[in-house]
Design a protein around this ligand. Structure first.
Ligand code: ZN
Length: 478
């Protein structure tokens, strides 16, 4: 099958792309609102008004209702929903577990999705929950893999096939099966059974699972995060490489009186002011109906996706992620993935700017890349590294070379002062973390080149980490 996914722009592992389906292209990153025909708070035909280009619905719910099933088969699922854009169908694996409908075979539900004209169909995977044994996760993965192979045989020529990657919280299994499934001709790769992690704010583990799946998957495969619908984690998930999201969160949260924002969730009853400019919130009333609350939740979700796309275009996705990851559990996730930044560094595109938003900025891949660049710097003789040139001009003639210092990057020659990242970085006065980062890069630079270095630092740079420089270079307080 031809490649249906085309990427046009990248930043971190995030990308702007286009996934071709029989009912048109889905511009990614995309959120597919989940519509349930038995409980329609907002009709599928209205979804475009909020920014939705594609929808997700549950094939099993339609299949088990004789009237809906017959209508879907005779007129097609697009006519049934009243929506002419791409429709992805889930197999209803969760509902099957709930209703215990063990009679229904995965092949039957895939055939139904194909006959009803679904654009992206899904086999009945086994959504193995977090924290189960390795053995159970492996056995269930094998069942899921068999069903994916079966789905690919009976999906027909038109319908795209989603190949869910399960594996519970076992990262080795997530990576291994992502690699195995990546070799199949599936079109979309959902990362499954992560909702319990999101609901309990286990974002660090969620992030590690996404990275494990990405490590196994080929780069040109679109990745879907099953059940993710809270705008607070979209930026992080996109930066980790997720292209598609689906969720009923907009409706489920509204039913519970909860108001979504990119910074977190509020109880509507606790709000005196509505911090949003969508049409609902701009109306001036606080007494939002459940429907209005669901509308706001959709507006804010699609607005966040547009913010993310612009950040990718501007090369500012990490800056956005740092601004969004302020909830302690998201901040922890960001710090956890920073230990994996070597993999990001390899693909990090060249940027136009670097904005230091928080101490987490010091751990960005651009800083690691700069350290590599220092290895190629051709310097010999006696070297002065200064944090304030005005205070060291009088001693410069004693040295062969003078380098300046900028946190969080480290030493740089004057000729790099106008180039990226030194010249295009907006950084406040050095803090503990940015000093450590710069000094560590300086230490690596000295060691790599075996240089005779004098480090002249002012009071802003006075920090315990300088003791480590003292072992390799002469320290002068200026
Ligand atoms: Zn609003």
């Amino acid at each position: 099958m031809p490649d249906r996914f085309e990427v046009t722009n990248k930043d971190a592992f995030g990308r702007i792309g286009k996934l071709e389906t029989p009912h048109g292209a889905i511009a990614t990153p995309a959120l597919l609102p989940v519509v349930n025909l038995n409980l329609t708070l907002i009709a599928p035909r209205e979804m475009r008004n909020f920014g939705a280009e594609a929808l997700m619905t549950n094939a099993y719910i339609i299949y088990r209702n004789p009237h809906l099933r017959e209508t879907a088969l005779s007129t097609g699922i697009h006519s049934l929903l009243g929506f002419d854009g791409p429709i992805m169908t889930d197999s209803g694996a969760f509902q099957l577990a709930e209703y215990g409908d063990i009679e229904l075979q995965s092949e039957q539900i895939v055939a139904f999705q194909r006959e009803a004209g679904s654009d992206i169909g899904t086999p009945i995977d086994i959504p193995t929950p977090p924290d189960v044994t390795h053995q159970r996760a492996l056995e269930e993965l094998e069942v899921t893999r068999g069903r994916i192979n079966e789905a690919l045989r009976c999906s027909g020529d038109e319908m795209l096939v989603a190949a869910p990657i399960q594996g519970s919280t076992h990262l080795d299994l997530r990576e291994q099966y992502a690699e195995l499934l990546s070799k199949l001709s599936a079109d979309v790769y959902p990362i499954g059974a992560v909702v319990p992690l999101m609901e309990s704010y286990r974002f660090s583990e969620l992030s590690s699972i996404i990275l494990a799946c990405k490590a196994g998957l080929a780069w040109n495969k679109p990745v879907h995060l099953f059940g993710a619908g809270h705008p607070m984690m979209f930026a992080l998930a996109v930066a980790l490489g997720c292209d598609l999201f689906d969720s009923a969160a907009y409706a489920l949260y509204a039913r519970d009186g909860r108001y979504l924002t990119p910074g977190g969730t509020y109880k509507l009853k606790d709000l005196t002011y509505l911090p949003c400019t969508c049409p609902v919130c701009s109306s001036g009333t606080l007494a939002l109906t459940e429907r209005q609350l669901a509308e706001h939740n959709l507006w804010v979700s699609f607005s966040e996706l547009r913010t993310i796309k612009q950040a990718i275009l501007d090369g500012q996705l990490w800056e956005l992620v740092e601004r969004r990851c302020r909830h302690p559990s998201l901040l922890q996730a960001l710090r956890t993935i920073q230990t994996d930044f070597a993999s990001f560094e390899a693909i990090e595109p060249l940027k136009r700017s670097f904005i230091y938003t928080s101490s987490e900025s010091a751990a960005r891949p651009e800083v690691a890349r700069y350290a590599q660049k220092l290895h190629r710097l051709d310097v010999a003789g006696r070297v002065l590294v200064t944090t304030d040139r005005r205070k060291t001009r009088h001693i410069e003639r004693e040295f062969d070379v003078t380098l300046l210092m900028k946190a969080p990057f480290g030493p740089y020659p004057l000729e790099l002062a106008e180039t990226y990242p030194i010249g295009q970085s907006e950084v406040p006065a050095p803090d503990c973390v940015s000093i450590k980062s710069a000094v560590r890069n300086l230490i690596e630079f000295i060691g790599f080149n075996s240089l005779d270095v004098t480090f002249a630092y002012d009071e802003q740079w006075d920090h315990d980490v300088l003791a480590e420089v003292g072992a390799l270079a002469t320290l002068v307080r200026i």
